[in-house]
Design a protein around this ligand. Structure first.
Ligand code: SF4
Ligand code: SF4
Length: 384
């Protein structure tokens, strides 16, 4: 097979160790070198506030309020099986609280119908989009890592009977995302994470009340992006993020692994690969110079990359270095991405053309710049 004909995300890959993520390494004195630990101290330490636009105490308090459910009750940004992401709450207690006779079970005679109902329930509960994938064991971390305790242990406790995952997207606010890389963007991200914790735990609870088992997961336990791709929720972009049909990269992802019998969706093609090949806008505006201008490859750049997959690799170390300098996070790559648009009829019409007529991609890009999409908005405008 010619390399350029290879599918984005295909290739040979082993299970990734959570200890190697860029969020774990700055908190890992046993393995990380001084420079990375210093970055961690600066990023996770107490901050000082001045009056610079987008970085005031007001803006930060707004962001932290949006993160509250995740940071105080969820913990799916750190490790699994804790807080709202608990794996096996006592079934007797669940039955008692929800007033269901112990051992009661919903019989699934038609997994396709069950799939339809589960998706509908998740959408009613608040998911922005839902898909189902078969659990590909390559996407489950080889090990979990708790940066608070440095506990590092193999993930070998997910039974093979957990065959499916209910994968959900959670849209982040379009207007707030326009403030990236300031704290308004962080508030949109925080609300996304808090929604993940609420949604994953609620859908898991629904499944448990049906008499089945469910493991709710945020960023913990398994890689969300490949599972979302498998579940037909989007494609992988040059910036290393999922690009979803209606929301572009402006989504967070949660999932629920389960032994409930379901039917998996299929991956989709919305024209991302062709567009990313001619675009490169995210790489041009990346303040950390962390996004590749090159062609896809199977070789990552650091130990925080999952080598072996054919795709565009970002450099997570450079990205994180900018987050430290920025005294926050960033998401410029989400703000400027040509797929980041409000979910309107007009944009749905354009998306159809991007998907079906990729030979005009350069024209769409020219129009995107002409119409001023992706420009930064000041926090002052948010507060008006
Ligand atoms: S978050 Fe910012 S620094 Fe990181 S890859 Fe995106 S644009 Fe670059
Ligand atoms: S900005 Fe352009 S190159 Fe980057 S992910 Fe979006 S479409 Fe692809």
């Amino acid at each position: 097979m010619k390399k350029h004909a290879q599918k984005i995300g295909s290739g040979e890959v082993g299970r990734f160790d959570q200890r190697n993520t860029m969020f774990s390494r700055p908190k890992d004195p046993e393995r990380s070198h001084a420079k990375v630990l210093e970055m961690g101290k600066k990023h996770y330490g107490v901050r000082s506030f001045k009056d610079n636009e987008g970085y005031t105490l007001l803006d930060w308090a707004f962001a932290m309020g949006s993160w509250y459910l995740e940071r105080w009750w969820g913990f799916g940004n750190i490790v699994g099986n804790e807080g709202l992401y608990e794996w096996y709450p006592d079934p007797a207690e669940i039955a008692a609280r929800d007033r269901i006779p112990p051992g009661e079970k919903w019989v699934v005679s038609d997994p396709l119908e069950m799939t339809r109902i589960v998706k509908k329930a998740a959408l009613y509960m608040g998911a922005s989009a839902v898909g189902i994938c078969k659990v590909d064991r390559r996407w489950i971390y080889s090990h979990r890592f708790d940066p608070r305790t440095l506990d590092h242990s193999a993930i070998d406790d997910i039974p093979n009977t957990f065959e499916y995952a209910i994968v959900m997207l959670h849209e982040m606010d379009y207007t707030l995302m326009r403030t990236a890389p300031a704290y308004g963007e962080n508030a949109a991200t925080g609300r996304g994470y808090s929604t993940m914790a609420y949604m994953a735990s609620s859908v898991a609870h629904f499944v448990r009340d049906l008499g089945y088992e469910a493991i709710p997961s945020g960023n913990d336990t398994a890689l969300s992006i490949p599972m979302a791709v498998d579940a037909g929720l989007g494609e992988l972009g040059r910036h290393g993020l999922l690009i979803a049909p209606r929301f572009g990269p402006r989504v967070r992802i949660s999932k629920v692994l389960t032994n409930l019998p379901l039917v998996a969706d299929k991956p989709i093609d919305i024209g991302v690969r062709e567009m990313c090949a001619v675009c490169g806008k995210c790489a041009r505006v990346c303040p950390g110079q962390a996004i590749s201008f090159d062609k896809p490859t199977t070789e990552g750049l650091t130990i925080s990359n999952n080598h072996g997959l054919y795709k565009w690799y970002i450099n997570p170390e450079k990205c994180f270095q900018f987050w430290v300098r920025n005294k926050g996070d960033c998401a410029n790559c989400i703000r400027v991405c040509v797929f980041n648009k409000p979910d309107t009829r007009f944009h749905s019409f354009i998306r159809w053309h991007v998907k079906n007529l990729p030979r005009f991609d350069s024209f769409y890009l020219w129009m995107d710049d002409l119409l001023g999409y992706g420009k930064r908005m000041k926090m002052e405008e948010i507060w008006k």
